[in-house]
Design a protein around this ligand. Sequence first.
Ligand code: ADP
Length: 501
Amino acid sequence: MAGFVLALDQGTTSSRALLFDESGAIKGVEQFEFAQSFPKPGWVEHDPTEIWESQLRAARGVIAKLKSSASEVAAIGITNQRETTVVWDRRTGEPIYPAIVWQSRQSSAICEGLREKGLEEEVRSKTGLLIDSYFSGTKIRFILDVVPGAQARAEAGELCFGTIDTWLIYKLTKGRVFVTEPSNASRTMLYNIHQGEWDDVLLEALSIPRAMLPEVCDSSGVLGETDPEWFGTAIPIAGVAGDQQSALFGQGCTSKGLAKNTYGTGCFLLMNTGEEAPRSGAGLITTVAWRLNGKLEYALEGSIFVAGSAIQWLRDGLQIIGHARESADLAQSVSDSEGVYVVPAFVGLGAPYWDEAARGTILGITRGTTRAHIARATLESIAFQTRDVMAAMAQDSGISPAVLHVDGGACENDFLMQFQADILGIAVERPAVLEVTAMGAAALAGLGVGFWRDRSDLDARVDSPTLFEPKMSEDERESRYRTWSRAVERSRDWASEEGSS
Ligand code: ADP
């Protein structure tokens, strides 16, 4: 009897495998880190073979702990670091260049070229994205430019491009299945999210031959089987989504107006917009959430660059806490931040400002300010930035969610979650099991093979969440948010001034 679903959670720093039982409980976890390579300033690369091997080892590790091994696994779901780009030889399955990681800026000059050609509007209206080296398209161009003979081989159909989902499926099926799904495709800058297909004009603009692109399938449903060599028996691969969309699904945000925020190094806020793909006028991107039974659903997405990493700065830079967890106690050792505002624009500001020249600033310091006020204001800044993005989402979509679902390492901080509820004026809901990214992939796969009947079937099985209700008065909330907005203004455009970068 197959009693488990296996989720492969291929992240930026590690490859993980998690087993879920029918009740949605986690029954095994394996994790292997892999090397990060920084060949030049601003460049980040991974070895695709190491990604595959670490992922295979993690999957084999959890399966080995089962009584009758792989036959107990009903399906595999995959969730992955998005945008990271691999190009490989179709025949041998060997990569022709390292994986270019989402964070890598090495294709910035190619982006500049696209802007000079006046393609910004084309990209925005078709893909929902901005022209940026973050997305896969210009990373493919970079690889085809630097590897001798690659362009000709791509045109002859000898090369494959894939995001990490595609790469893993290719490997798991020993090259028999070459597919992706729309939550990943929508991060390439080559995929028309409205029509649901690769876009010839954008492919042409980057001289990327269509022959190297995978077929785009549903996010849930069997899209191939693993080769028996890997786990001793063939297992269906039946669910795939990029990490943030997978978290959205795992949080149960499966209908319009439901939103989740992941508090990690940065924050990723996504709101389900249903079958509509609103164009952002407020600094967000429009992305595919998933495709189920041939139907595309969308989300608005805003990323905040610095969130949990501001807490690391308190620990490692200022050295005013010994562990991230201590930030809550220190913050609560004072009754309020006494007018201190920290804007953690350490690397500029992301959504909704997109200001590369903004820099971190602390405002409102007086003789009475202590490290406790700074710590408190730093935690508060994470919640204020989240409100900035929520406000942009409301502006773009006309929807104001009644609840914010939360996950990620920093959401264990109760002080932060309560302040988040206070400053948004809506409830914040934290699930009992925080592994929502892996849960999303497991859910897509389990639903894809009928292991679970529908999403609500699964929701009923998971433990009750913790709810944080807003307690702050409306007046205080709005007055504090106005002051935050003034603080943000002071931080903006700082590094563009002569000699101050
Ligand atoms: P990522 O996946 O981006 O590496 P995680 O979801 O693992 O991030 O979360 C780690 C981040 O959360 C770190 O930046 C850390 O500083 C922050 N963090 C962890 N625990 C807490 C806490 N109790 N309070 C505030 N921040 C925390």
